[in-house]
Design a protein around this ligand. Structure first.
Ligand SMILES: Cc1ncc(COP(=O)(O)O)c(C=O)c1O
Length: 415
């Protein structure tokens, strides 16, 4: 994704910015299309809601996995219809549910929400078709169920089925199950898909409904560290197509949906930041970069987690924490000599460190550093108001070579 001449040109007038590469996103879209021919994909807008990113993905026929009314509105304003926007999130207000009513398929996250939606439908005099998020009676890669703030436990759905079936203004037409992101083991994902489809079969019968969609959530992972093997999407797509072919007769009207955020955009983005100062303290070289923790939080967080938890990855910390070697640092210019440096930021906290005692090509004030894997959960997760620094811009490099800003204005990037 690194287009050095564009980065150098943009860096003439900016000390930090994100750059998202449309060609990489289009390549990932083609891979999913080829590898998973029978699947309807939904893009997890929370991963990166840059309008040009959304235009690229929705323009290619991918739907939206929306986690807020704001995300529903973004997807609808870019032309997606109700059937192509699924709105699933815990803890929503009446205003959020009302606001999404005609624009998205709402997936209830609790039995309380099922009741509220049924009541709203009755008040409006308009029946509603909804999805239901299920917390299945198994774990992602274990037979044991885990307590979950998302969705409704499978057993509770079975217990509630008699009243849900009798609701005159509400029909359940889909299930949503998501237990984990960032999985690169094909067999684990396939076993999870099989288990989910069995649950869908069971619950469809218990609820007496005819499913229109089964959304198996996300999970498709990407390699972050240099030693990571990529997920075999060809094999996974082939096996899932075969599995779905066998199940389809039980769900004649249903679409099989998968959600994906980072697979489409994670590797499309770089975070570019300038070396503002260089100093030596007690024999250690510190490079002070622009907008570090506050511009792109996750590399600094990776250092903190590594410091406190070592090699152990705390469960359930995605997408804030992935792994400690998830981000590489590529200096521009790249000099021949190397030195051990600490990459720190300009905030008043010792947590503001992107890399500690790291062997990198020698860098000097004025140089740029590109931090990789900055296309998903990067700008959106960073505390940009901290210390009232000038936040990094989010720029988009089109397949034709034009750089566009958030508003779609063309930026001059001639070197
Ligand atoms: C319900 C749900 N769907 C999809 C995603 C997107 O995951 P990823 O970006 O790993 O594809 C997430 C991420 O947290 C999620 O919680």
């Amino acid at each position: 994704m690194i287009n050095q001449s564009v980065i150098k040109a943009l860096g003439k007038t900016r000390d930090s910015f994100f750059l998202y590469d449309q060609t990489t996103i289009l390549d990932r879209i083609s891979r999913l299309r080829e590898d998973f021919p029978g699947v309807s994909f939904l893009y997890s807008v929370k991963a990166n809601p840059h309008p040009q990113v959304l235009r690229t993905i929705f323009g290619a026929g991918i739907g939206a996995d929306a986690a807020s009314l704001g995300e529903v509105e973004m997807a609808a304003s870019l032309g997606l219809g109700r059937e192509d926007i699924q709105f699933s999130a815990p803890g929503r207000s009446d205003a959020a549910l009302e606001g999404a009513w005609d624009r998205a398929v709402i997936t209830a996250d609790s039995l309380y929400e099922v009741r509220r939606l049924a009541d709203m439908a009755r008040r409006r005099g308009e029946p509603i078709d909804i999805g239901l998020r299920v917390n299945p009676a198994f774990g992602f890669d274990s037979p044991d169920a885990a307590p979950n703030k998302f969705g409704v436990d499978e057993e509770q759905i079975i217990a509630a089925a008699p009243w849900i079936r009798q609701e005159p203004y509400l029909r359940i037409v889909g299930f949503h199950i998501h237990l984990k992101s960032q999985e690169r083991r094909k067999e684990v994902l396939l076993a999870y898909y099989k288990n989910c489809l069995s649950v869908a079969m069971e619950l469809q019968a218990v609820l007496g409904c005819e499913l229109e969609f089964i959304n198996l959530g996300s999970g498709i992972g990407i390699p972050y560290g240099t030693g990571d093997t990529p997920l075999d999407t060809v094999g996974l797509g082939r096996d899932l197509t075969e599995l779905w072919g066998r199940c389809k007769k039980f769900f004649p009207k249903a679409r099989l949906c998968l959600e994906t955020g980072r697979f489409l955009v994670g590797q499309s983005g770089g975070y570019v930041t300038r070396v503002m100062d260089k100093k030596v303290s007690q024999g250690k070289i510190f490079l002070i970069l622009n907008n570090t923790l506050n511009g792109f939080l996750r590399p600094s967080l990776a250092r903190l987690v590594e410091f406190y938890a070592g090699a152990e990855v705390p469960v359930g910390t995605e997408p804030l924490f992935t792994q400690s070697d998830a981000f590489a640092f590529l200096p521009i210019p790249k000099r021949g000599e190397t030195e051990v440096v600490t990459l720190a930021g300009n905030l008043c906290t010792g947590a503001d460190v992107m890399a500690r005692d790291c062997l990198l090509p020698r860098m000097e004030p004025g140089d740029l550093v590109v931090v990789t894997n900055a296309g998903s959960y990067a700008a959106v997760l960073s505390p940009m108001q901290f210390s009232s620094q000038v936040p990094p811009e989010e720029l988009f490099l089109s397949a034709e070579g034009q750089v566009l800003d958030w508003e779609g204005r063309i930026i001059d990037a001639q070197s």
